[in-house]
Design a protein. Structure first.
Lengths: 316, 289
């Protein structure tokens, strides 16, 4: 009975996933260019947000280095962009970003709690200011030009990255690594005593999460065409996906996806008309979400759902 | 040569004095109230802009407007802790969860305060001239406003240190810093003390901002940079150690001034390198236990 139920649940989830995926994937054929561009940024935020939640969700280590990994992807794309075709460029961006994460993770994942947060945030600013200084004094010019790709191409690149990411996340969750990762979040020492190779696991999952952020960065670089350090290492890329994930709910995989979709749409809707009000509203929603929705939108709906279900039972 | 060295040292101390004031505030908020206030820089910015407005609109002397801008930011901080953070503290299952949640809530505050400020004051750089004459020191010349800033920075830290060391409230704060639970059992009104700490942290940030506005240009988006510097300073000095933060501020100011002398574009990079090395080698900081 229970098995049957989970099986049917899985089919429903798969069906729902396809229901969203198919019209989205066909968008460049029927939708106006504007919609495709908007969808591309939604996919970008989804990718960053889901990759962030992949590592920070189960472990509880709040990483603010997303902008560094994303930016590493962008910069790699800018450097190798003239020599390599788009797919290889994205792979290069992903690999550079993952290597950076391996290095950072090996150095810092011994740090606990708040120290880790500070370090990861420092990393973004360090890279930003270092590259800025390098470009101003060494090469004499700030900013680079990335060979542009068409809107539809970038859109499909982002879509493929996101789909691979989601499959990866689902696989990791179902494997023993996913469980081990959860156990680190619950009690790191106990996990280590139970035989989990804590550091290696944390570092490798951190690298996987950075891999996808780097890929997203490399893909988006071709849409922006001109980049400089302040665009590539924008600290908002570290904060905003965290808020999206928290707003949606960190634990289930669709939490960050829903959060990213809602916020990116809100951003698009508000930022052209009232840019400062958008950030203001963003902040207010953030505070309210942390105060009243500890498990995000998904948790909130589940709570309401349960309450309603209980009421139904009481009636009969 | 000697004049150059003196020049570097004094500009370092000037910068360090400002860093020290803001970092002491953050140290209080994190060390006692356990809130890693990412929005600290926004309180600095508020202090700077209140001082700016009072001076340019009403002609109130920036040093006198301390008396107005200090209490305003203190009240904002105190009320925030009383409402937002107390609720979070009660709903968070563990101390670690509270640290994470409160930090994320501070992100929200950062966006709220920053964008309210942009809506009120506009996004442009602002500044005013005050005490803009220079003073000679053995051949090196310094702007009077910077010297006044340094003097006030040291005085503010000293007054605050004496307050912590000698008053009943200061004793309660130190007790709460060591162990909030036990302090509560000993009759310290813990929620009020923690809220006061957060308020005092905001107060120091506000005063720091007022000092910054005397010597530097200000902008509603300036907060994050000062937050990062304050973070680096409190790690340098040892998390939660008030004298450590003061010392760390001066040290970092000196480092900044030396690096700026050698390679102007690299001072922020140097701060982050120091910060990261510290976190890796000695996360306890200079005066940490």
């Amino acid at each position: 009975m229970g098995l049957k139920k989970t099986k049917s649940k899985k089919i429903v989830a798969l069906g729902l996933g396809l229901l969203f995926l198919v019209p989205t994937a066909a968008a460049p054929w029927y939708a106006p260019v504007y919609t495709v561009i908007l969808l591309t940024s939604i996919l970008m935020y989804m990718t960053i947000s889901v990759s962030w939640a992949l590592f920070s969700g189960p472990t509880g280590y709040i990483s603010l280095a997303s902008a560094a990994f994303f930016g590493a992807g962008i910069y790699t794309a800018a450097i190798v962009g003239k020599a390599l075709p788009l797919p290889l460029m994205i792979v290069a961006g992903a690999l550079v970003s993952a290597c950076l994460a391996l290095l950072v993770g090996a150095l810092t994942l011994r740090l606990k709690g708040i120290y880790f947060v500070m370090f990861t945030f420092g990393l973004v600013e360090l890279l930003l200011h270092f590259i800025l200084w390098w470009e101003v004094t060494m090469s004499g010019t700030t900013g680079r030009v990335v060979p542009p790709a068409g809107n539809a191409t970038v859109f499909y690149a982002m879509l493929i990255i996101l789909v691979i990411l989601i499959l990866t996340v689902l696989m990791i969750r179902r494997s023993r690594y996913g469980l081990a990762l959860l156990s680190i979040g619950e009690n790191e020492e106990a996990a280590a005593h139970a035989g989990v190779h804590v550091t290696a696991l944390k570092v490798s999952i951190y690298a996987v999460s950075a891999l996808f952020m780097g890929a997203a960065g490399a893909a988006m670089a071709t849409r922006w065409t001109y980049i400089d350090p302040r665009i590539a290492f924008n600290p908002l890329i570290s904060f905003v996906p965290v808020l999206m994930a928290i707003f949606g709910g960190i634990r289930p995989i669709y939490g960050p996806i829903i959060g990213a979709a809602i916020f990116t749409y809100l951003e698009e809707f508000l930022i052209t008309r009232f840019p400062y009000y958008y950030m203001l509203i963003f902040g207010i929603i953030m505070v309210v979400a942390i105060l009243y929705m500890p498990d995000g939108l998904v948790g909130l709906t589940q709570r309401i759902w349960k309450k309603m279900a209980r009421r139904n039972h009481a009636d009969t | 040569m000697i004049v150059t060295i003196l020049d570097i040292i004094i500009s370092g101390l000037l910068l360090g004095g400002i860093y020290a004031v803001t970092a002491v505030g953050l140290s209080l908020q994190y060390g006692v109230a356990r809130v890693l206030n990412i929005a600290h820089g926004e309180f600095i910015m508020l202090g700077a802009f209140i001082t700016f407005t009072l001076y340019t609109r009403l002609g109130i002397d920036p040093l006198i407007s301390f008396v107005i801008c200090g209490p305003v930011v203190f009240a904002v901080g105190f009320l925030l802790y009383r409402t937002l953070f107390t609720r979070l503290r009660n709903t968070s299952p563990t101390a670690g969860a509270f640290e994470g949640n409160s930090m994320l809530a501070c992100f929200g505050l950062l966006f709220i305060i920053q964008n309210l400020a942009i809506l009120i004051w506009g996004a442009d750089m602002k500044g005013y001239t005050y005490l803009a004459f220079s003073v000679d020191f053995w051949g090196a010349r310094f702007a009077a406003n910077r010297l006044v800033t340094l003097g006030f920075a040291i005085a503010i830290c000293l007054v605050f240190y004496l307050f912590l060391a000698n008053t009943r409230m200061g004793k309660a704060i130190r007790a709460a810093a060591q162990d909030p639970e036990t302090a509560g059992l000993m009759g310290v009104r813990i929620n009020r003390v923690l809220a006061l700490c957060f308020g005092f942290g905001a107060l120091m940030a506000g005063l720091g901002g007022a000092l910054i506005s005397i010597s530097y240009k200000i902008q509603p988006t300036m907060g994050l940079e000062y937050t990062m510097i304050a973070l680096i300073v409190i790690v340098l000095g040892g998390l939660g150690s008030i004298p450590g933060s003061f010392l760390g501020g001066l040290v970092l100011g000196l480092v900044g001034s030396i690096v700026t002398h050698i390679e102007p574009g690299l001072s922020l990079v140097a701060y982050y390198v120091i910060f990261m090395l510290l976190l890796l080698i000695r996360p306890k900081g200079i005066l940490g236990k």
